[in-house]
Design a protein around this ligand. Structure first.
Ligand SMILES: Cc1cc2nc3c(=O)[nH]c(=O)nc-3n(C[C@H](O)[C@H](O)[C@H](O)COP(=O)(O)O)c2cc1C
Length: 327
């Protein structure tokens, strides 16, 4: 079984980490491990796979994140993911959204270690790629010492290859999924403790990690970090990380070149029917907090709104947007 480096992972994020966003992130870093948005096992099994699962070979290494609670469906979805060429199957045991709760999966499964273990061991019997779990510290009034330890032991015994822990509990009643990403407070120590009592296991920490220093600190205690919102608001951080963290100075990483390659990719995708709004989304925030952020976004907006001739592709106009911007 091939296991890839998970020192720096990019979090699964609905409405963000689609194939186009991931393609752009991969241009920024050769060293990150990517995750899809969560796709329900039902959708993987019954939905339009070309739309839901298609990805560019450049995106490797990449995991398919699935959500569900039926052993059969989760196993079938994992087999489909493996056949599609994903490098890992990741189980979502952390999503607190009411829709997901209604289907009795996501974070609510943290209180059913038995079922999660059965799902993992069944998938492990059928697929050859790693099977990993993304979870929380617990839900509602679960005890982080006792209940989390029990959950961790069960999923590791069932054969989970890596455990990614969002370092906060989830409240399943009363607060929204958005609030559940900032509340309750982060508890990194609880994740470090998991590593202490499961030394052999690969443990990845997630939640509120924003700087190079944060990454270095966490890596003293766990095996990898996962970044989410930091990468939405500041994707170019990945270039910095590639240089300072992985000592990767590939000449390929000039920003002008990255934007050029992405623009050519964008034109091809638009020809295939992808909307301009979706395709420019990864580029929107790249100059956030820089003086030229506004003019860059204005350029992309004018491209999206067809103020430029319809036949003009992003690859022919992106240089105009970069004109006068010192990058
Ligand atoms: C817009 C958005 C969508 C998300 N969608 C998913 C998802 O599909 N699957 C999942 O496991 N977590 C999802 N999350 C949670 C993130 O993976 C991550 O655990 C959380 O944002 C905490 O990490 P951060 O503080 O680095 O952003 C989402 C988060 C955001 C902000």
């Amino acid at each position: 079984m091939k296991k890839y480096n998970h020192k720096l992972c990019i979090a699964p994020m609905m409405d963000y980490t689609d194939s186009h966003f991931r393609f752009f992130l991969r241009l920024l870093s050769n060293n990150i491990f990517l995750y899809t948005e969560m796709i329900s096992a039902d959708a993987v099994v019954h939905g339009n796979r070309e739309i839901l699962l298609k990805f560019d070979p450049l995106e490797h290494p990449i995991a398919l994140q699935i959500g569900g609670s039926s052993i059969e469906k989760m196993t079938e979805a994992s087999l489909v993911g493996q056949d599609y060429g994903f490098d890992e199957i990741n189980l979502n045991i952390g999503c607190p959204s009411p829709r997901v709760q209604k289907g009795n999966f996501g974070a609510s499964l943290m209180s059913d270690s038995q079922l999660v273990s059965e799902i993992i061991s069944n998938i492990k019997k059928r697929v050859k790629i790693p099977v990993t779990v993304k979870c929380r510290l617990g839900i509602d009034d679960q005890d982080i010492q006792k209940d989390l330890k029990f959950f961790v032991k069960s999923v590791l015994d069932a054969g989970a290859d890596i455990l990614i822990i969002h370092a906060r509990k989830a409240w399943l009643n009363g607060i929204s999924p958005k609030e559940n990403r900032v509340l309750p407070e982060l508890n990194y120590q609880a994740v470090y403790d998991v590593k202490k009592y499961s030394k052999e296991a690969e443990i990845i920490i997630n939640g509120g990690i924003k700087s190079y220093e944060d990454i270095q600190d966490h890596l003293k205690y766990v095996d990898g970090v996962m970044l989410g919102r930091k990468i939405i608001s500041d994707p170019l951080f990945l270039r910095e990380v590639d240089r300072s963290f992985f000592n990767d100075f590939s000449p390929f990483k000039r920003l002008e070149d990255i934007i050029e390659i992405y623009s050519e990719y964008a034109d091809m995708q638009i020809k295939n029917g992808v909307s301009k709004t979706r395709i420019i989304k990864p580029l929107m925030s790249i100059f956030n907090n820089k003086p030229h952020a506004k003019s860059w976004r204005r350029g992309l907006d004018s491209y999206r709104n067809n103020q430029l001739a319809k036949t003009v592709g992003l690859s022919s106009v992106h240089k105009d947007f970069l004109d006068g911007i010192h990058i």
